[in-house]
Structure formats: structure tokens, C-alpha cells
Ligand binder design. Structure first.
Ligand SMILES: C[S@@+](CC[C@H](N)C(=O)[O-])C[C@H]1O[C@@H](n2cnc3c(N)ncnc32)[C@H](O)[C@@H]1O
Length: 199
């Protein structure tokens, strides 16, 4: 059984089901690659594996320092990597996961250096500092193929300092690239998702 100490994830499930299965029309058994920036204890990782990555050739790449972000305390980060690993093992799907225990910029640059077709989905839920989110978006956009989806968590995270939260970066990025993306629908504006346009 997986062991979690936090749940920042379950509230997204109805929105994700609507986004992936209704709006995007994805089927769980199609082969695809998902890149996740920020795995923490693996709640979102396990959802991807159980719901989007059922095909034997499907893969998830998890990029996380497992050191926590500015908003996390020692109780949350002590033993974090071990909890994540145990939860992944308990899912029985660890063979589909590649874990890059590093900062997101280094992880994304590593993936960019490999070349290849690019992931169907990049989930950005790592550092919430605006400057880091902007870096994640710039690199994720380069990594994404045409039609690839980028999903950003905590778009409306109510932090009093705009530099310590993702919205400023997501707004800047989506405005600058407005001719190259389509914002995806969905009732749940706590997150924001968009698709890279063809051409
Ligand atoms: C909000 S948690 C992720 C939650 C997870 N997606 C879930 O649904 O349960 C954010 C994670 O990002 C990681 N993180 C913070 N800054 C990072 C960075 N610069 N690069 C990579 N990971 C980072 C933290 O270690 C933490 O595990």
C-alpha cells in the first residue's frame, strides 16, 4: 500500500479526467510518454501510471530534487525520496518510470539532449518560484512536440509575493507564446493547461 503524508493532488482528479479523457480524447491504453516535474511522494505519478500509461510501452520521467521547495518544511522532506520510491514500487509499475533526482532545469536539459519525439504531456509542479516556473516552461516548450500538452499546477496559488508563485511566469509565457499555443478548457482554473500548436 502506498504511504502518503500529504494530499495536494486528489482535488485535481475530476478536472484531469475531464481534460484527458473528454477534451483531449486520450485513451489509457495508448502508448505515450509523460514528463513530471515535481513528484513528491508520487501521488500524481501513480495517477499517471494507472490512468494514462497503461500501455506496456508507456513511460513516465519523474524529475525532482526530492529536497522540497521553499514552501516545504523538514517534516515533509525527511525521507521523501525513500517514500516516493516505496510508493512507486508498491504501484507495481516502477519499470515504466525513469527517475531523475535533480533540479528541473538539469533534468529537462538532459531530456532535450537525448532528442527523440518528445513527451505527450509535461506536468509542471516543481518549484513554485516564478523564475523557476518560467525556466521550466521555456525548456518544456522546447521539449514538447507539436500537439504536446503542458499542464501547470498552482496557477492560482494565493501566495502574497508574486515572485514566489507560478502565476506571473505562466501569464508571461502564455502571453508571449499566444500564437503558438491553445489554452485548454476545463472548470478548474487552479491549474492551467495548453497545447503546442502545429506549425
Ligand atoms: C508540490 S510538490 C509535487 C506534488 C506532486 N506532483 C503531487 O501531486 O503529489 C513539489 C515537488 O517539487 C520538488 N522541487 C522543488 N523545486 C524543484 C526544482 N527546482 N527542481 C526539481 N524539483 C523541485 C520538490 O522536491 C517537491 O517534491
Amino acid at each position: 500500500m502506498p504511504h502518503f503524508t500529504e494530499d495536494w493532488f486528489s482535488g485535481h482528479i475530476p478536472y484531469w479526467e475531464k481534460l484527458f479523457f473528454e477534451e483531449l480524447g486520450w485513451r489509457p491504453d495508448e502508448a505515450r510518454h509523460v514528463v513530471e516535474i515535481g513528484s513528491f511522494e508520487g501521488r500524481s505519478t501513480l495517477w499517471f501510471l494507472a490512468n494514462l500509461l497503461r500501455h506496456p510501452a508507456s513511460r513516465v520521467t519523474c524529475i525532482d530534487t526530492f529536497a522540497g521547495g521553499a514552501e516545504h518544511d523538514a517534516a515533509q522532506t525527511t525521507g521523501l525520496f525513500e517514500r516516493f520510491q516505496a510508493n512507486l514500487a508498491a504501484s507495481g509499475e516502477a519499470v515504466k518510470a525513469e527517475v531523475l533526482r535533480t533540479d528541473s532545469a538539469s533534468g529537462l536539459l538532459r531530456l532535450l539532449g537525448r532528442g527523440g519525439p518528445g513527451p505527450a504531456l509535461i506536468y509542471i509542479d516543481g518549484s513554485h518560484e516564478a523564475a523557476d516556473v518560467l525556466t521550466d516552461l521555456v525548456l518544456a516548450f522546447r521539449l514538447a512536440p507539436e500537439g504536446g500538452v503542458i499542464l501547470c499546477d498552482d496557477y492560482l496559488w494565493p501566495h502574497p509575493d508574486v515572485l514566489r508563485s507560478p502565476k506571473l511566469a505562466i501569464d508571461a509565457f502564455t502571453n508571449i507564446h499566444r500564437n503558438r499555443i491553445d489554452i485548454l478548457d476545463g472548470p478548474h482554473r487552479v491549474q492551467l493547461a495548453f497545447r503546442k500548436r502545429a506549425g
